[in-house]
Design a protein around this ligand. Sequence first.
Ligand SMILES: [Mg+2]
Length: 193
Amino acid sequence: MSAMNKALFLDRDGVINHDAGYTSKIEDFHFIDGIFELCRAAKRLGYLIIVVTNQAGIGRGYYSEQDFLSLTEWMKTRFEEEGASITDVYYCPHHPEHGVGQYKQESFDRKPNPGMLLKAAQAYRIDLPKSIMIGDKESDLMAAKHAGVENRWHLIDKGFAKISADEADIRINSLDQAAEKLENLSMVQAKSV
Ligand SMILES: [Mg+2]
């Protein structure tokens, strides 16, 4: 049997790109400094890169599912060009109150629920305890906790002190710092095998 995989789970808005609120267009999509370096390091260290993103903007009717998918294709191409291919992107278009029509529903995929991470774990044989989640909101960290991801890093803007979802969550204030922590964690994990 092949060994299980480790994953670096990333929220999108606020981790990959600056969160301008319901980003749906390429011209509004601005990468956060350090994201490509972080993902290149993750790949080198053997992590799959999985994006898990709530996209209630679809459910609210702000943009279409096709708009989201087109933007995602562009984003994935940019990562490929940077030598940091994304393994997969999971998204949840639903919103329990503000969704329109079929999109108005509770969803086990919508963070803080763990559905997207659990689906990815099954599809890619991911060892969740050894994996990492980076998010800018408590709901990201809670989804990871519910899924059993033990390394939960809360990316917080400088000067914007916020309480993390759990005291086990580690605060970071840049993606450079995330890359450093990733190197260290990988070394620790290699020793414990
Ligand atoms: Mg976010």
